[in-house]
Design a protein around this ligand. Structure first.
Ligand code: ATP
Ligand code: FE
Length: 331
């Protein structure tokens, strides 16, 4: 039985997962204190993690119907993310591991998004091509076994989730924009406006900065009245451009690798039209439930099943790494 803790951003998460990938508890406490700022405030996130981390861990154990006596290993997100936020989960995990003399398994957050689909009931095993589209990252990878991740391409500028959030913001929607954009787009015509899909970027990389600028200019040119009348069409067309940008790269990756299995992860994978588009590609496609796409600790436990543990002095001196300081995912 693995106890996993994840505090890389603004969700305080703890999960209990067994070695067969069965989730016994997956508690996610969303802070909900950042909305007024239009983005996550790192210091506030860290403080909120301090207040709730112990409670969330206790809640996960209670939900799983176990005590710490049943836990064999502790897994924790080591990075990338907000360092102050990461430290709270890391220190909590270290404290539990040291106090109970349990092995500690540091996990890369993005490795978690890649392997979320390996949990039951999907139990989608490598080899597969993985698409991770999250708030801070977007990349395609070849995954031959759970611990070997070869990044094939990524974004040249914004992450897909950033494009979602920035576009939503331009349309006057609250943060985080994903679910709001999807709801507004549901009433719109995705072909009403033509937005760029990074066609100039060849291969498996993608780019979203041109898309965002294109929306900005379109809103300016339309003027307030027209924008108000056509918000749903604008949202649907913008969302479609993001979906197409990703889907075209996924198709290329499947072709290039000759692997006809696709695993999808990251918060943007919660998007209905993206899920539908990818499901229609003809490959075997695994997209976890929405709660496993956005940040959670079950996906961290999923990775821990395949990673070595650290013990003794190394365990106590383990450090977090922030955004931009990331070693290769499976290193
Ligand atoms: P990273 O994993 O790169 O460190 P993160 O953990 O902050 O970043 P996630 O929680 O994986 O990112 O994903 C958050 C992103 O997912 C946000 O940009 C959010 O707007 C987007 N998102 C959430 N739900 C949806 C949805 N239904 N449609 C589109 N995007 C969505
Ligand atoms: Fe994430």
């Amino acid at each position: 039985m693995i106890l996993a803790i994840e505090t890389s951003c603004d969700d305080t998460c703890a999960a209990v997962v067994d070695d067969d990938g069965r989730t016994h508890a997956n508690v996610i406490s969303s802070q909900g204190i950042h909305d007024a700022y239009g983005g996550v405030v790192p210091e506030l996130a860290a403080r909120a993690h301090v207040e709730r981390c112990d409670l969330v861990v206790a809640d996960a154990l209670r939900t799983a119907g176990v005590t710490l006596d049943a836990i064999d290993r502790v897994a924790v997100t080591r990075g990338p993310g907000l360092v102050g936020a990461l430290l709270v989960g890391l220190q909590t995990a270290k404290a539990i591991a040291v106090a109970r003399d349990l092995p500690l398994i540091p996990v890369d957050h993005l490795h978690g998004h890649v392997l979320a689909c390996t949990l039951q009931p999907l139990s989608f095993e490598p080899p597969f091509v993985a698409l991770v589209a999250s708030g801070g990252h977007s990349f395609l990878a070849r995954v031959e076994d759970p611990d070997t991740i070869e990044v094939l391409g990524g974004t040249l500028d914004d992450a897909a989730g950033e494009a979602v959030d920035k576009g939503a913001r331009l349309l006057g929607l609250p943060y985080p924009g994903g679910p709001h954009l999807e709801r507004l787009a549901a009433d719109g015509d995705p072909t009403a406006f033509a937005f760029p899909t990074g066609a100039k970027v060849r291969g498996l990389d993608c780019s979203f900065s041109g898309l965002k600028t294109s929306l900005l200019y379109r809103l300016r040119d339309l003027g307030e009245e027209q924008v108000a009348a056509r918000r749903a069409d604008l949202a649907a067309s913008y969302q479609r451009a993001i979906v197409e940008t990703l889907a075209v790269r996924v198709e290329r990756a499947l072709e290039l690798t000759g692997i006809d299995r696709l695993a999808v992860g990251g918060g943007v994978a919660a998007n209905g039209p993206l899920r539908e588009r990818l499901a229609g590609l003809g490959a075997a496609v695994a997209i976890p439930d929405r709660a496993l796409c956005t940040d959670n600790a079950a996906m961290i436990a999923a990775v821990a099943r395949f990673r070595p543990a650290v013990d003794g002095d190394e365990r106590a001196s383990l450090e977090a790494y922030g955004n931009g300081q990331r070693p290769p995912i499976a290193a």
